[in-house]
Design a protein around this ligand. Structure first.
Ligand SMILES: NC(=O)c1ccc[n+]([C@@H]2O[C@H](COP(=O)([O-])OP(=O)(O)OC[C@H]3O[C@@H](n4cnc5c(N)ncnc54)[C@H](OP(=O)(O)O)[C@@H]3O)[C@@H](O)[C@H]2O)c1
Length: 267
């Protein structure tokens, strides 16, 4: 199974690697022997994370907004100059806000689609063109959300992530000629930094939400990272174009934590 040298001589890029789930993934890839690049928008926090991660291996950081293709070019140049190759791309960067669909503005809708769908596509296309296609090898793992039954209360991110999931299926077929594998990981509710960004009434309902999950607990960043490391490694060499739910069977549950009802109580 996993060994300290599972990713020896491999180079991995983790978007949103400065916090939460992305930080855990970056740490684990380093512990398994990869050289890691983390990118995100907030320079200071990114540098802090890079310093912390340096305890686990060779890591560098580049400030980059995944929505901006000029900034992505700078990441490509950084990787070409410092590593000369890229083997793994983890598209973890993303974010959303809870909202009832009838109140989502044009701007709010566009922002979530642009960040989660367009940004993920730009990163994937540009890393494939620069590295994976010429190398004839590469692995992409896309973090999406638990969207099996739709995503009431966050229709914008559900739509964006469904787009990512479908893109993953398309590219897994188109790019199999180049020996590129792409898969998604769909986290349930994960007890990580992202959870703290939700409004208080939503936070207040989290304990109740836990009871609606068949396994009656939230996941940890480590649970997601385990799945990502598996899908990024040769252990999954015959798996491509699929989605792995890491959610304590939450996607099989109709309740979906009743988020729309929580939102209706204060919006
Ligand atoms: N926690 C959960 O329950 C949960 C459940 C399902 C899915 N997810 C998804 O899993 C991923 C990680 O979540 P998390 O809980 O670890 O939350 P988080 O700490 O808020 O992580 C989001 C990361 O993405 C980066 N980011 C966001 N937009 C970006 C952009 N345009 N360009 C570059 N970096 C960007 C952020 O850094 P900067 O602010 O510095 O850019 C941050 O490091 C997210 O995509 C999230 O939606 C989380």
């Amino acid at each position: 199974m996993f060994k300290e040298n599972t990713f020896k001589d491999k180079v991995a890029l983790v978007t949103g690697g400065r916090s939460g789930i992305g930080f855990c993934i970056a740490q684990n890839l380093l512990q398994l022997g990869a050289k890691v690049i983390i990118v995100s928008r907030k320079e200071e926090q990114l540098q802090e994370a890079q310093k912390e991660l340096a305890a686990f291996g060779e890591v560098s950081a580049v400030t980059c907004d995944i929505k901006d293709t000029e900034q992505i070019k700078a990441v490509v140049e950084h990787i070409k100059t410092n590593y000369g190759q890229l083997d793994v791309l983890v598209n973890n960067a993303g974010g959303q806000f809870p909202a009832l669909a009838e109140y989502i503005s044009d701007k709010g809708w566009a922002a979530v689609i642009n960040n989660n769908l367009n940004g993920t596509f730009y990163m994937t296309r540009d890393m494939a063109n620069a590295f994976f296609i010429p190398q004839k090898s590469g692995v992409v793992v896309n973090i999406i959300v638990d969207l099996y039954r739709g995503f009431p209360g966050m229709a914008h991110t559900g739509a964006a992530r469904a787009g990512v999931e479908n893109m993953t299926k398309s590219l897994a077929q188109e790019w199999s000629d180049f020996n590129i594998r792409l898969n998604c990981v769909a986290p349930g509710i994960i007890d990580s930094s992202g959870l703290g960004t939700y409004p208080k009434p939503v936070q207040d309902k989290l304990e109740e939400a836990k009871q609606a999950i068949p396994m009656k607990r939230f996941g940890q960043a480590q649970d997601i990272s385990n799945a990502v490391c598996f899908l990024a490694s040769p252990l999954s060499s015959y798996i491509t174009g699929t989605t792995l739910y890491v959610d304590g069977a939450q996607h099989l549950n109709f309740d979906k934590m009743g988020l729309p009802n929580v939102l209706k109580s204060f919006l």
